[in-house]
Design a protein around this ligand. Structure first.
Ligand code: FAD
Ligand code: SF4
Length: 510
């Protein structure tokens, strides 16, 4: 009897129990397919990152003595869809049992269910053995509760997995040091340069171009910077611990011109395709902290751990609890198109120009750039969450729907009405100027609310407050801003709204 085991592009986990031993009755299969390159318009570095890592993984399996069928994008027998490729391999190899690891995307889950119904062989699914939690753990944790606040899930995770705990108390006495994670980079402070790799991916790029795959963004095909295997992913993690963790928490929200990752780890791609696991990342970081308490204090390590066992697992739980409805919600009824400059970086707004150009150049922006620059602006401009989402799903190397969607629709666009974010993440120029050096060299004036050089974030911010005044009035966290708006004199209010309308009508020219 013969077993066929599917490995999806984001299931590159060599420590999965599947690979503990070799078995001559088991064939593995991996496929580069048009159904994956075309479900949204991806950044070219994302396509290259996935296919390169898959190729490396396949050769690692082969070297380990496993049998593997690998379909390259341009192989003549590649039928370009999961269903047709599986059908064909199962027939030609005379397979009697088909096995797969549970996918993380709803789209692929549906496809695999459908395929299993249709196949005439026996089928079996396995856990991916990657996450701390199961798909349903979050909904179980919050069952019967109205608010699904991350902090309560995070504390449960710390306790259940005994992470940064001293008995039943959090190490350091506090659960969360978020308040001390909000420093601006001092002038002349130069963050450590990010560790980059230097892969020549020209051959693969040729294949992708020849196939006519539509992509966005740029690539230097002689110097591809992202890790493509486990060794490099671990090197990136080590580099982060040594060089960035000591200041990670402090500058987690800081942004600066010419600094594309500040002290962030850039390990999201390696994590999301499962080259490394969240547990080994958290364990390594805590181990480093314990051995280097002179360099790393509790607020840095807690800030980092919270992202991985808190936010990441929470977002996944939210996705599985709320799909498929989550993909359609639009609480604020936003309908505008995404401004054209999101695809080109061609805008006079320095913050957006920097964040977008950097995303096109590296397929990466760090969290605050995503949330408080590109996300903030899209929300203030009432852009349809579908439009916003297809941008985020394509442009970032780490973008896989299970983590992209709750971050975009929920956290950033408030399209779920506050399930994830306790208030809309919006700001005027004031916050952006506090956390970055973008405003200093901007065409627009961060201080002005009206006039042809006034910063668009300012009038659009008050326009948002005014437009949603009634809706927001039930949110205590918005009370202060609503009061400020209500206290402004009528003439000033109408000047600001007029300015906002002008900007909204000329959004592509900003
Ligand atoms: P670091 O800042 O070094 O953090 C370490 C790790 O923590 C990350 O690698 C990531 O795995 C995890 N993490 C941190 N914040 C989050 C978060 N909010 N949700 C889930 N995990 C988190 N992350 C993705 O992995 N894929 C996406 O498609 C994605 N889309 C996003 C869209 C928007 C609008 C926003 C606001 C955030 C999005 N994020 C996404 C979350 C976060 O911005 C990225 O995980 C992070 O920027 C990756 O860079 P890093 O590895 O340097 O992270
Ligand atoms: Fe962005 Fe406004 Fe600052 Fe310019 S002035 S960088 S548009 S926030």
């Amino acid at each position: 009897s013969k077993t066929l085991r599917l490995i999806l592009g984001d299931q590159l986990n060599i420590n999965h129990s599947w690979f503990n031993k070799t078995d001559s009755t088991v064939i593995y299969c991996m496929m580069e397919m048009r159904q994956e390159t075309d479900y949204t318009t991806h950044h070219i570095q994302k396509v290259i990152g996935f296919f390169s890592s898959m190729r490396e993984f396949a050769s690692q399996l082969k070297d380990g003595g496993h049998e593997i069928i690998y379909l390259k994008l341009d192989d003549h027998n590649n039928k370009q869809t999961l269903r047709e490729n599986l059908k064909s391999i199962i027939e030609s190899e005379q397979v009697d049992l088909f096995e797969y690891q549970l996918p993380d995307e709803y789209r692929l889950d549906e496809q695999l269910n459908e395929i299993c119904n249709f196949l005439e062989v026996e089928t079996r699914s396995y856990d991916s053995e990657h996450f701390y939690t199961s798909r349903k753990e979050l909904s179980n944790h919050f069952e019967g509760k109205k608010q699904w606040v991350m902090e309560s899930f995070y504390r449960m995770m710390r306790e259940n997995h005994n992470v940064l705990m001293q008995g039943s108390k959090p190490i350091g006495g506090k659960w969360n040091y978020d308040a001390s994670n909000r420093k601006r980079l001092p002038q002349k402070h130069k963050p450590t340069l990010p560790l980059v790799f230097n892969h020549d991916v020209s051959d693969l790029l040729n294949i992708i171009n020849k196939a006519g795959v539509k992509t966005i963004g740029y690539i230097d095909s002689k110097h591809f910077v992202w890790p493509i295997n486990r060794r490099e992913s671990l090197d990136l993690l080590d580099y982060f611990l040594e060089n960035c963790l000591p200041l990670f928490g402090d500058f987690q929200d800081a942004m600066a011109v010419n600094e594309w990752s500040v002290y962030h780890s850039r390990i999201s791609f390696s994590l999301n395709c499962k080259l490394i696991s969240p547990k080994e990342v958290v364990d390594a970081a805590i181990d480093y902290y314990q051995k280097n308490k002179d360099k790393v204090d509790i607020s840095q390590i807690e800030g980092f751990v919270r992202q991985v066992i808190g936010w990441r697992e929470y977002m996944r739980g939210m996705y599985w609890a709320k799909m498929p409805e989550y993909g359609k919600i639009n609480e604020l009824n936003n309908k505008h198109k995404l401004p054209k400059f999101y695809w080109t970086g061609n805008t006079k707004m320095n913050c957006l120009k920097t964040a977008i150009n950097q995303s096109l150049a590296y397929a990466y922006a760090h969290h605050i750039q995503r949330l408080m620059i590109t996300g903030n602006f899209a929300l203030l401009a009432s852009v349809d969450p579908d439009e916003v989402e297809s941008w985020y799903l394509g442009i970032y190397i780490d973008a896989i729907e299970w983590v992209e969607m709750p971050n975009t629709r929920g956290m950033s666009q408030y399209a779920d009405g506050g399930l994830i974010a306790t208030k809309p993440y919006i700001s005027s120029a004031n916050y952006i100027d506090k956390m970055s050096n973008y405003c200093g060299s901007c065409y627009y004036d961060k201080k002005q609310k009206t006039g042809n050089k006034s910063c668009p974030f300012n009038s659009l911010y008050w326009n948002f407050i005014s437009r949603h005044e009634e809706y927001l009035s039930s949110n205590p966290r918005m009370g202060m801003m609503l009061n400020l708006w209500r206290k402004m004199d009528g003439e000033q209010q109408s000047n600001i709204l007029e300015q906002a309308e002008f900007y909204l009508n000329h959004i592509n020219d900003l």
